[in-house]
Design a protein around this ligand. Structure first.
Ligand code: M6R
Length: 367
């Protein structure tokens, strides 16, 4: 059942070219030049007139929500707030019938997400679900939704469900942007063509980096702390990379927006602090380069995620892992893959049962 892999997690990491293809099947229609999503189409007016979108979720799904905020605000220009379900539900939130509340949940059973959604429904919001498990409690409660169709995810650490969530959020953002007229037809066509190429790019990425990541992990088996930094679209991926490492290797890790480093975490940096920096060639490239300089001058060891062919960052860091060149809005999908592999291989060296790490359950159905 593990398809020849040692763990479900490794199998699920490797399945991502296929799972993302499944997520997009019948929806991303490049030849026809459309994105077909019944859940959005049927309630188009609601989405186009929404004053804001509130995304609620927990854990990894919350990180997907943060990427969703960048996508929807950047492309469709609808204000988005992203909330931890547990905080949202207990603080007497302001919700009106002009709000759309989207819950993101792999299992569709997370207690806090379900309760937060019930509250939003009571207050009159239109509620939408992005779930992986078909017919789960959240999927049944919502007015409409889009399944991620990533297939069953068994490993406790979410991998393929996360990238499927990013793919669904990308399609929603691009579709809304088209209907709102916030992107041109040319931009729409180039985005959907590019999104369609992501599964192939992931395949290539895993092939070209897995051995390298295995080797890198040998050096970090015994460290006690890790810092993860990213900017813009990749700030949530820094958080997700750190969560992945924490939950399966039991190494303490923190994710930060790179610019926040100088507001505190920089005090932690010395020769014993590995820092994973997500540094693809995007709008923020030069800023990330100066963040790396700051780390270097304090002797921190940098593992950078860079765009294929990068020279500048590569020459500055201990390790550089290359990802294919894509538009910034799709870089989170690609950047998450090496971080999943890094967490996996470090955890294996430490002898952790990665599919069932201590103290964790696949779905958190208690508060
Ligand atoms: O099933 P959900 O997506 O609602 O689960 C939310 C979190 O419990 C989940 O993402 C958790 O953080 C994972 N263990 C992360 O790998």
């Amino acid at each position: 059942e593990k398809g020849g892999y040692e763990h479900f997690m490794l199998k699920e990491i490797h399945e991502q070219p296929k799972s993302i293809m499944d997520t997009m099947r019948g929806r991303l229609l490049v030849e026809e030049g459309i994105i077909q999503m019944a859940g959005i189409w049927d309630y188009q007016e609601k989405f186009l007139n929404a004053e804001r979108i509130i995304i609620i979720s927990c854990g990894t799904s919350w990180h997907a929500g943060l990427v969703g905020e960048y996508l929807i605000e950047d492309l469709a220009r609808i204000p988005v707030e992203v909330e931890y379900a547990s905080e949202f539900r207990y603080r007497n939130p302001i919700i009106t019938d002009k709000d759309i509340v989207i819950a993101i949940s792999q299992s569709g059973e997370t207690a806090d997400s379900l309760a937060a959604l019930k509250l939003a429904k009571e207050k009159g919001a239109f509620i939408y679900g992005i779930c992986n498990v078909v017919d789960s409690s959240i999927a049944r409660l919502t007015d409409a939704g889009s399944y991620t169709h990533a297939g069953p995810e068994i490993g406790v650490a979410s991998t393929k469900a996360f990238t499927a969530q990013l793919a669904v959020l990308s399609m929603i953002a691009i579709k809304l942007a088209k209907h709102k007229g916030t992107i041109s037809k040319e931009k729409f066509n180039s985005l959907i063509t590019e999104l369609d190429s992501i599964p192939d790019k992931i395949e290539k990425l895993i092939k070209s980096t897995e051995e390298q990541i295995k080797k890198i992990s040998l050096q970090y088996e015994n460290v006690h702390n890790f810092l993860y930094l990213g900017r813009g679209y990749n700030y949530p991926i820094a958080l997700e990379g750190a969560l992945k490492l924490k939950e399966i290797s039991y190494i303490h890790a923190e994710g930060y927006p790179a610019a926040e480093m100088k507001h505190g975490p920089i005090a932690l940096i010395d020769e014993n602090m590995p820092v994973v920096v997500i540094a693809p060639r995007t709008e923020h490239y030069e800023k990330i380069v100066s963040n790396i300089q700051e780390i270097n001058s304090r002797k921190g060891k940098v593992i950078a995620i860079v765009t294929e062919g990068d020279i500048q960052v590569k020459n500055m860091v201990a390790e550089a892992i290359e990802i294919p060149d894509v538009s910034e809005c799709f870089s989170p999908i690609l950047a998450s893959i090496p971080l999943q592999l890094l967490a996996y291989y470090i955890a294996i060296l430490r002898g952790v049962n990665v599919d069932q790490p201590r103290n964790l359950a696949k779905s958190v159905t208690v508060e």
